[in-house]
Design a protein around this ligand. Sequence first.
Ligand code: ADP
Ligand code: MG
Ligand code: ZN
Length: 622
Amino acid sequence: MEKKPFRPNPNGAKNSRRNFKNAGFIALLILIGAVIFSATNQPSQLRKIDFSEVVTQANAGNYKKISVSGGDLEITEKDKDTATLRSQKDPNSSITEDGVDLSKVAVEYDTSAEGGNVWAQLGIAILPVLLISVVLFIMLRSAQGQGNQAMSFGKSKARLYGNEKDKVTFKDIAGSDEAKQDLEEVVEFLKFPKKFESVGARIPKGVLLIGPPGTGKTMLARAVAGEANTPFFSISGSEFVEMFVGVGASRVRDLFAKAKKNAPCIIFVDEIDAVGRRRGSGMGGGHDEREQTLNQILVEMDGFEQGANVIVLAATNRADVLDPALLRPGRFDRRVNIGLPDRKDREAILKIHFAKKPLAKNVDLDALAAKSAGSSGADLSNIANEAAIIAARANRNEITQIDVTSAFEKVAIGPERKSKIMSDKEKELTAYHEAGHAIVGHVLPDSDMVHKVTIIPRGGTGGVTWFIPPEDKSYHSIIEYKDVLARMLGGRIAEEIKYGIDRVTTGAGSDLQKAAELAREMVINQGMGEKLRNQVFHVEEGMMIERMVHERQYSDETAKVIDDEVESLVTEAARRARIVIKSNLEKLEKLKEKLLEKETVEAEEVLEILKNAKMPKEAALY
Ligand code: ADP
Ligand code: MG
Ligand code: ZN
């Protein structure tokens, strides 16, 4: 799980207290406004004119009376009974010195300012000061607490790290060796800027960390600060664009100003895609705030003098949607890609996270690393934590293999829901369904190995058939995907074969959903269609945010062909699944029986049951 330090709890009592405080502020502000307004702006009903105009008009005989009070003038026009105009002049010169002819107009010096009620005068003078002091006091006090948002909205909410307590270094991060190497350079820049300047090397201003969620981007950024021993200002892209319009840009300004004061240091903008999306794709309005914020970031980054020695790190998992202006030289021109950890790295990450936990000797972290392909660092740290929780709840003082296994399964597919009661009929249906997945997956040559089959409900599903990819794979072929499609449909087809075409159930809903998604992905994004082979119809996601202006980049005819392609992939998969299951009906029964008996059947036993399963020629792709 992502640790977000010092985030004020957004709900609960605290929040209502803050709301209450905010309401108090606003009331206070209104009060002060009213007092100042009435104390100073009374004559505002009078039309204000230029003093030169006053002189001209007075000398032309158009005014009856001018009342002078210091520098303020109130003017009664010739045909009026009360003052209608006001103006201002230099209080140090007399009105005759300013050129007013006293024979043309009556001038009256207002001395009431000196007389009048002393207490009222005093009150008017002191009250605003008093009120402002009170407000300032409250503001200061709450600013010491956790960021009162109403009053500090123009300030960046960047958090400063640098104390020893939460210092992270590269040693705390397992794997990601290439990323660390790249960032090692940044550490050097921060530590020895002179060395690079002396040979005329331009120190990079921005480094973009790109990688899927949970792969340790935030952690790496903090480790750079930790290694270089510099302050670290962290802010999340989404925090720039909160609450009030215009806030984002001023927060950026504030953040950079703070950073420059603390140089050498690091600014870390997490989730920069929240502000850094491609500009100009909106329909006007709406996105101005984001664009202004982004523009301000660009301005600030360009404004760094050489040797400012502030390096901006940013993280995103959506580099494809970023505005190209961000990626130009002089901005985020360095990119560090962080991928999901491979098997060796997963083991190292698991070791780090189990290091401080009492682990039984027989726990096989290597095996766990092997079967957790596709997990991120965050998932793995989550598994370690879950395992400790499970062990503690069982009152063990060591974490055993069983705890680790159930933690893995819980994180991977969700917790078991043993309490959910299924009727015998539903259990049987689920058993057939899962056995169907297992048989198709087992029989088709390019599907993965069956790892485990269970009819205990987990997460949102009735049962689970679990396949483990044998090794980390970066690429998948069409035939692999086709086998995966067939095994996804294996559950529904088994139901169909056992209960008849009209008695299939909603239990297969999510299977079908996933199959449809995979088939579309194949046709649209991977050029794996039959007719549309090697053509992609991918629409920039960045543009898709604005659904209203989103246009398909292909014709209606092509859209129809895509639909047909998807349909034929799914139909073919269903046909193959049907052939496989029909030629292995006896195995289907056996596995179903075993599932009803034991609820969970492990890999070895599944393999035993399916040992001589037939691979019918008609289901083969080649
Ligand atoms: P991201 O910012 O990429 O989403 P984080 O840096 O927030 O990911 O990582 C989340 C958590 O996952 C970290 O706090 C850490 O416990 C764990 N983690 C991720 N990658 C690693 C790694 N390579 N080594 C050790 N722990 C990791
Ligand atoms: Mg992060
Ligand atoms: Zn299923």
